[in-house]
Ligand binder design. Structure first.
Ligand SMILES: CC(C)(COP(=O)(O)OP(=O)(O)OC[C@H]1O[C@@H](n2cnc3c(N)ncnc32)[C@H](O)[C@@H]1OP(=O)(O)O)[C@@H](O)C(=O)NCCC(=O)NCCS
Length: 437
């Protein structure tokens, strides 16, 4: 754990958070990661909140073993018949978010639930505002999360910063027209795939703004290498090795047989990591030439996937684009200075933050080397191109996932020169996050 991550993990609860919930007769508390009964009760509440069944012993044990690094908050109602089971849950931890040309410490948030018995009395609002203040005070420049519903988090300043594309590909129509990769594709065991995944993901991440470092325990869940994995026997793993023997890519998938017509079976791609263009071509070509597979489903791809230009018939792909990775800037100067820019310019930015954590007037200057510098201004400076926007919209611009021209036309930002602002924030490729957390 980094210093920042461990400082945040151990930080006391925000005083306003405690005061507000206590005034409503509730008791917020940090869950003791070493206390199995507390963690079990907390996990039970999370599972119910996400409409899952009661966790079995294997699931409880695996959760206990893998998640001590997460700061877990429970909100307890001592008048309830089961007072040890929280009526609300919230987890967060120190992560690393790839931004264009850099990496940024991020407070990752997950397991946000409020019991249906206690909904819509402001518990989420109080938890979120308090935990974001604590994250900002600890020193996180951004917070980030993936969402069950798009409509929940904008009010707290989160912007949809990286969209993803879910692909459904008609394999026979698609026909591979991409290059032939020089390396080889081979099957490996799930354990071998798991062992390769972490380092490959970290190789891929710097060139993929929007990707978070993988939360501990996730790789084992994906590859079915932890005791609570569901149906691990259905998972298949292939690797791509370059002619020199370096493993530059892996893919994890399942196959569903079509008993009415075996040639129309379908393949579900769970993970595809390619650290080189050759590995990308080698793995995709492998999938597009598999016998008996009529359809490939691949969720969570980039919205500008090169694959679209490697098939003969682009209409073979049905692509659904959706919002996925939400980012919330907590410190404007630190967040904007962490990324690279392609043009040198200066702009006056006035940021409005509904939670009053990160708003204010700023001046962003980008130089010819791609660095960005932010000064806190006393008031919006005159004589510069100006940009006035909410913290959610600035967070959406941070990774280059949307053009300022689009946001201006949508009435989401105010600026006297949308095209100039768009050129400052634009990036060469679309951001992406390839998993949920
Ligand atoms: C989503 C959830 C955490 C909300 O908790 P809550 O304590 O009822 O929310 P609050 O009362 O604090 O509401 C805060 C604000 O969010 C809004 N809101 C709450 N849930 C919402 C939802 N599902 N969709 C849209 N808006 C929502 C409220 O209307 C309120 O808006 P306002 O302050 O602008 O008037 C809760 O309904 C839940 O646990 N849902 C199931 C699990 C889930 O989806 N969790 C989110 C995981 S990403």
């Amino acid at each position: 754990m980094t210093d920042l991550a461990s400082r945040f993990h151990d930080a006391p609860l925000d005083t306003a958070l405690v005061a507000t919930l206590s005034a409503g007769g509730l008791t917020p508390a940090r869950v003791d990661d070493a206390d199995r009964a507390q963690v079990d009760a907390w996990l039970g509440a999370v599972a119910r909140g996400f409409l899952d069944g009661e966790p079995n012993d294997q699931r409880r044990e695996a959760f206990f073993d893998h998640t001590a690094y997460r700061r877990k908050i429970g909100v307890y109602d001592t008048d309830a018949p089961q007072p040890l089971e929280p009526v609300a849950t919230f987890a967060s931890w120190g992560a690393a978010l790839a931004v264009p040309g850099g990496d940024l410490p991020a407070c990752a948030i997950s397991a946000v639930t409020v019991s249906p018995t206690h909904r819509r009395r402001g518990i989420l609002r109080t938890l979120m505002a308090g935990e974001l203040r604590t994250a900002a005070e600890a020193g996180f420049p951004v917070a980030a999360l993936t969402v069950s519903e798009s409509t929940i988090y904008g009010r707290f300043g989160f912007g949809p910063a990286a969209a993803v594309a879910d692909w459904r590909l008609n394999v026979r129509r698609a026909r591979w027209t991409g290059p032939a990769a020089p390396g080889r594709v081979d099957f490996v065991t799930r354990e071998q795939g798991r062992a390769l995944a972490e380092a490959l993901h970290e190789r891929v991440r710097p060139a993929s703004p929007g990707e978070l470092d993988m939360p501990r325990g996730h790789w084992d869940r994906f590859f079915g290498t932890r005791p609570d994995a569901e149906k691990p026997e259905l998972l298949r793993v292939v690797q791509y090795a370059s002619p020199s023997g370096e493993v530059d890519g892996i893919a994890l998938y399942t196959v569903t047989e079509n008993e009415d017509d075996f040639t129309e079976s379908s393949l579900g791609l769970q993970v595809l990591l390619a650290a080189t263009d050759a590995a990308y071509a080698g793995l995709w070509r492998f999938f597009l030439s598999m016998d008996l597979i009529g359809t490939i489903r691949a969720p969570g791809l980039a919205v500008d996937e090169p694959l679209w230009w490697m098939i003969a018939d682009q209409r073979a792909a049905t692509i659904t684009v959706r919002d996925h990775h939400y980012v919330r800037i907590l410190d404007v100067p630190a967040a904007l200075a962490a990324r690279r820019y392609d043009v040198a310019d200066t702009v006056a930015i006035e940021v409005v933050d509904p939670l009053e954590i990160a708003g204010g007037p700023f001046v962003l200057t980008t130089d010819v080397d791609g660095a960005g510098f932010v000064e806190v201004a006393d008031e919006p400076p005159l004589g510069l191109p100006s940009l006035r926007l909410g913290i959610a919209e600035l967070s959406a611009l941070l990774l280059g996932g949307v053009s300022a021209v689009t946001l201006a036309r949508a009435g989401r930002i105010e600026t006297d020169d949308p095209e100039r602002i768009a050129r400052i924030f634009q990036t060469v490729s679309a951001p992406r996050l390839s998993f949920w957390y």
